[in-house]
Every structure is written in structure tokens, then in C-alpha cells.
Write a protein that binds this ligand. Structure first.
Ligand SMILES: *Cc1c(COP(=O)(O)O)cnc(C)c1O
Length: 343
């Protein structure tokens, strides 16, 4: 559809399709605060099954999932060992500190880290120092450019966590992108972690919602905390139905988003004034350094032409591909960018 806006800001901009809206309209519902909504029950069971965990919990957002995970696993005043550019550190309004009462012990770098790096930060609480409460990985890593956390390293992190009796949580907002790109089933990606959360509202195309999975005991605690935080919802099966539809129809097709991101990355990387580290382009996110001028300027120049993307601090721009885009729109994006760079 030429003339329309091409929105590469995020995969959260995807809108429910007519087929998705239809299953939403028909969904059987009940009061989910009483655990009586059959569609939510089905979504939670399906999610747990896909991840190989005992139980699932539907929550309104990925941010709430992350907050609940920290509240379940980490004592107040304890530390969460986490990559420095993780979503919970950068983009959740300080909720870990303000609400969960944890402090982040951040590992520098692009978001991925090794078990050895994490091990060096684990500490016992003493009368004047905080102890470690939780190990945290983000997969795929958003600010790292959608990179997949290497599975061997997650294996080592799992062993490290068990050795120290620490929980390991995975912020898997885009875990299905990792699953599709790596060809590994979710059960394998989730095996080492005590809990995992994933977003239905990003590349999977649902309008709202995330699911947390873990042990039955984890769910009991998370369920209470969801209510405490105001996330208890009632006849929310109409939204869970969109999630079930997304899990059924929109997972395998993520490969298309990855193919388009790759194409975009290669073409943008070849433009004068732009640099892309193709190594990091593993899923649906493309980070590009603007080597001449300012990233914010490039964003502003493309906007009136109908192309939207994010300018980050540090002279970077971020493009995200998703299911509301087609090949023609990617070509048009490249033409607009080329024009903007030579203007
Ligand atoms: C988007 C995102 C979240 C938060 O999800 P919301 O539903 O927007 O609150 C958490 N973690 C990562 C890595 C994300 O990309």
C-alpha cells in the first residue's frame, strides 16, 4: 500500500488481523481473577506446554512480568545480576528499584555475557553488603540488536545458578524469534531457567499481553503479586484468545521478519554514512550507526516521507521488522533512507 506510513519503530506496532479479531469476538470467557476464564486457562496451559514448564500466568505486559519475576525470586535489598543494556534496567521506569526493592549489578557490554562474568559478581550477604538474589538473561537481546543468547552459555549460567542456589530468569520478550532463528524448540531454550516470560504483543501480533511460565509454586506466588500490582483482569479471555491465535499462526512466520531484517541490514550497511554489524542481525532487529551527522536528524528527515524508526542516543538508529510489513515496504524504506542520506 504505497502512501501509507511504514513503521519500523517496533514490532509492538502490529495490529490484530481480522482473523485474530474474529477468534477474540467468539472466545468463551469467565472471571480470570477466580482462575475461571477458560480461554486464559487454555493459553496458560499451552504456554507452559510449549516451554516445558509446569504452569503459566497471563499478565498485561512484559514489564509487569519482569517486575513480578523480580518480586518472586529476589529478596528486597538483594542484587539482580543482569546485562547493562537490558530492558528491565533501561526501560521499565526503575520499577525494580522502586517496587521490587532490588538493585541491579550490571555486566557491561552489549547485553550478552558469560557465566564467568556473572560468577565474578555473585556474593553472599553480610552485615553491610547486599547478597545476590537473582541471575537475569534477556533473549533475544533488544538493545544488543536482537541477538540470541548463546545456548551453551545459558547452560553454564544454569549450572552456576544451581551451584549457588540462585534462581535464573529469562526475559524472553522475543523468545520465539530466538526459537525460529536458531531452529531450537522453546523447551530447549527454557530448560535451564526457573522462569521465563514472553510477549504476545510484539512480533506475534496480539494487541496485549505476556505470559510467564515456571513451576507450579512460581505461579502461586506470581499470581498473588499480579493481583497486588493491579494486574488481575476479569473476562480477559477475549485478549487471551488473540494470544492463542498468535501462538498457533504467527510463530513460524517470524522467519519472514528475519529475512527482511537481514535484507534491510545488508542494504543499509552498504549506504554511505551508515554502519551495520551484520553479526548482530540474527532476528528482526537492525541497529545501525549513523557515522555522519546525527541519528535524530536522520529520523526527522525520514518522518515526512512516511518512514518511522527510532533514533537512540549514541548515534544509533533501530529498525524492527514485523508482520505488518511486506517486501515492497522494505524496498520503499531503503529508497527513503538513501534519499535522506544524500539530501
Ligand atoms: C518490550 C520488552 C519488554 C516489556 O514489554 P511491555 O509489554 O512493553 O511492557 C520486556 N523486555 C524486553 C526485552 C522487551 O523488548
Amino acid at each position: 500500500m504505497s502512501g501509507s506510513v511504514i513503521d519500523l519503530r517496533s514490532d509492538t506496532v502490529t495490529r490484530p488481523s481480522p482473523a485474530m479479531r474474529e477468534v477474540m469476538a467468539r472466545a468463551p470467557v469467565g472471571d480470570d481473577v477466580y482462575d475461571e476464564d477458560p480461554t486464559v486457562i487454555e493459553l496458560e496451559a499451552r504456554s507452559a506446554e510449549l516451554a516445558g514448564k509446569q504452569a503459566g500466568l497471563f499478565v498485561p505486559s512484559g514489564s509487569m512480568a519482569n517486575l513480578i519475576a523480580q518480586m518472586v525470586h529476589a529478596d528486597r535489598g538483594s542484587e539482580v545480576i543482569v546485562g547493562e543494556s537490558s530492558h528491565c534496567v533501561l526501560y521499565e521506569v526503575g520499577a525494580g528499584a522502586a517496587i521490587a526493592g532490588v538493585q541491579y549489578n550490571v555486566i557491561p557490554g552489549g547485553g550478552l555475557f558469560t557465566a564467568d562474568q556473572a560468577a565474578a559478581r555473585i556474593k553472599e550477604p553480610t552485615f553491610h553488603t547486599p547478597g545476590t538474589g537473582l541471575l537475569w538473561v534477556e533473549n533475544t537481546h533488544n538493545m544488543g540488536g536482537g541477538v540470541i543468547f548463546p545456548q551453551e552459555e545459558i547452560g553454564r549460567l544454569g549450572a552456576l545458578a544451581r551451584e549457588h542456589g540462585l534462581p535464573l530468569h529469562m526475559d524472553g520478550a522475543r523468545i520465539f524469534n530466538a526459537a525460529v532463528a536458531s531452529g531450537k524448540p522453546l523447551t530447549e531454550l527454557a530448560r535451564e531457567v526457573d522462569s521465563l516470560s514472553f510477549c504476545l504483543s510484539k512480533g506475534l501480533g496480539a494487541p496485549i499481553g505476556s505470559v510467564m511460565v515456571g513451576s507450579a509454586e512460581f505461579r502461586v506466588k506470581a499470581h498473588r503479586l499480579r493481583k497486588m500490582l493491579g494486574g488481575g483482569m476479569r473476562q480477559v479471555g477475549i485478549i487471551a484468545a488473540a494470544g492463542l491465535y498468535a501462538l498457533e499462526h504467527n510463530v513460524e512466520r517470524l522467519a519472514e521478519d528475519h529475512r527482511r531484517a537481514r535484507h534491510l541490514a545488508e542494504a543499509v550497511g552498504a549506504m554511505p554514512g551508515m554502519r551495520v554489524d551484520l553479526e548482530t542481525v540474527q532476528t528482526n532487529i537492525v541497529m545501525a550507526d549513523v557515522t555522519t551527522g546525527r541519528a535524530a536528524e536522520l529520523v526527522e528527515r525520514c518522518k515526512p516521507e512516511g518512514l518511522l524508526f527510532h533514533g537512540l542516543s549514541s548515534g544509533r538508529v533501530r529498525f524492527v521488522t514485523h508482520l505488518d510489513l511486506d517486501d515492497e515496504q522494505i524496498e520503499r524504506s531503503l529508497a527513503i533512507l538513501r534519499q535522506a542520506l544524500t539530501a
